[in-house]
Design a protein around this ligand. Structure first.
Ligand SMILES: C[S@@+](CC[C@H](N)C(=O)[O-])C[C@H]1O[C@@H](n2cnc3c(N)ncnc32)[C@H](O)[C@@H]1O
Ligand code: SF4
Length: 442
């Protein structure tokens, strides 16, 4: 009875209303924020460089330029040292982008620094299928990478062409060969797929999942296509616009196809049962984001760094972090944020919430928790609340809604640095510039 588009859109409206204050950012001075109270924080390192700028991509990314990337990595290392000097501790590190493997040696040096300063146990790196070459794999293995995450998006050649990835990152057949060669080299090999692409059929998605299973990779992250006004504009001519009414059918197909061989580790990540990747931490309570276009969440405060690479380098040279904006969430928002992240990670432990937020957590969120129970999205047990199969779909929708609001923030920030990005892209792709074919970067 609750599995209807009406309930979906009602839930999303309520979610939007209750979380509308999450990203009200104000200017910040760039000083290192105080270390969080608990020691399990994660370090997120943003590397914005890519060889092609895919039209659907909602992240902060710029055209790769070797000299600029080398300077950027040097600045990253200085920023990481700042956090160390201020007493921050990290249990794991995540290199995301963009494409961190555009400069493998610089990446390895940065991983080396993080390992020596913080003794991290988990080291996760994002890459593209083309970078799964033996030389890069050896560098990453020697550096101690424990999880490699490969952006595949689809194994359908037609969709890869629409996404402008076929030429640069290879056909489905080439991607599969690369993945097979990389399987087993790292404790976790993750494949990113995107579902609900405008021209994707259900059969094409099901084929993607079957092909994924045949590659030997032991984890898959299935993201719904998340947009923003800018992303939609860029996609219009090649990929078209996604239809939200198809989300449930696609998502249920993913659940059906992957289970029981794969178990969910969040509402959109599935890990092979018994594989080394089972211990992958879905959501650390606190995380520090370094680099340009990164976010941190520390004891209830969100911080955002500058989207200008020039300004980032300047700030680091002055002994500052890249932080230019922050927002201290109110008590209610902090609790709602915790509930979103925990339930997305499949469950909320009562004791854990009690320790962090006190009894008021259950009083404030009584309505939310009760709604989840009544809808059959969560079930109570001795430890707290567990997400059900049905609830996974709604949490996937809510998280995607949250990320779309982050995308809008990214759009606004990139608009500020539009001229700088356009000049950088012109410098790295002069032939396109001469032909007047430059796409708006971002
Ligand atoms: C930041 S990218 C890094 C991966 C690597 N650069 C590549 O594309 O091969 C990480 C993942 O984000 C996902 N992603 C990017 N834009 C997205 C969007 N608009 N909606 C959903 N997922 C998206 C893709 O699955 C991508 O693999
Ligand atoms: S999907 Fe990956 S390669 Fe494409 S623009 Fe985004 S980060 Fe770069």
């Amino acid at each position: 009875m609750f599995d209807s588009p009406l309930i979906d859109s009602l839930l999303i409206r309520i979610f939007r209303f209750r979380t509308r204050g999450f990203l009200r950012m104000e200017e910040a001075d760039g000083a290192v924020p105080a270390a969080p109270r608990d020691d399990g924080a994660y370090l997120y390192v943003h590397v914005p460089f890519c060889e092609v700028l895919c039209p659907f991509c909602s992240f902060h990314r710029v055209q790769h330029c070797h000299e600029q990337a080398r300077r950027y990595f040097a600045a990253l290392r200085r920023e990481i040292q700042l956090y160390h000097a201020a007493g921050h501790k990290f249990s794991g590190v995540y290199f995301g982008g963009g494409t961190p493997t555009t400069e493998p040696e610089e990446l390895a040096a940065t991983i080396g620094l993080v390992r020596s300063l913080f003794g991290v146990r988990e080291i996760s790196v994002e890459t593209n299928p083309k970078d799964l070459r033996p030389a890069v794999m050896t560098t990453l293995r020697d550096a101690g990478v424990t999880r490699l995450s490969v952006g595949v998006q689809s194994f359908d050649d037609q969709l890869l062409r629409e996404m402008d990835r076929y030429e640069k990152y290879g056909s489905a057949e080439e991607i599969v060969a690369h993945l097979r060669a990389a399987a087993g080299l790292f404790p976790t090999l993750n494949v990113d797929l995107i579902f609900n692409q405008p021209h994707q059929s259900l059969a094409s998605l099901e084929r993607d999942l079957d092909i994924f299973e045949s590659t030997g990779a032991n984890q898959v992250s299935c993201y719904p296509l998340m947009t923003s006004p800018t992303v939609l504009r860029r996609m219009r001519d090649t990929m078209g616009a996604p239809d939200p009414r198809r989300l449930r059918t696609f998502y249920q197909a993913i659940q059906r196809r992957l289970q029981p061989a794969f178990a969910p580790t969040s509402a959109w990540c599935f890990t092979r049962r018994g594989g080394g990747g089972d211990e992958y931490i879905v959501a650390a309570e606190n995380y520090v984001g370094v680099g340009s276009g990164a976010f941190s969440y520390l004891d209830g405060t969100l911080h955002a760094t500058t989207f200008s690479l020039q300004s980032y380098e300047r700030r680091i040279a002055q002994g500052l972090t890249g932080i230019v904006a922050r927002h201290r969430l109110g008590a209610g928002d902090r609790m709602r944020y915790t509930l979103l992240v925990r339930m997305f990670g499949l469950g909320l432990d009562r004791e854990w919430a009690l320790q962090r937020h006190g009894r008021k957590f259950f009083r404030t969120l009584w309505g939310e928790l009760r709604t989840l129970e009544v809808l059959g999205a969560a079930r109570r047990d001795a430890r707290g609340w567990r997400l059900t199969e049905r609830g996974m779909y709604w949490l996937m929708l809510m998280m995607s809604e949250f990320f779309e609001s982050v995308n809008e923030y990214r759009d606004a920030m990139r608009a500020h640095v539009h001229d700088e990005m356009e000049a950088a892209q012109r410098a790295t792709t002069p032939s396109l510039a001469a032909a007047g074919e430059l796409a708006t970067p971002g």
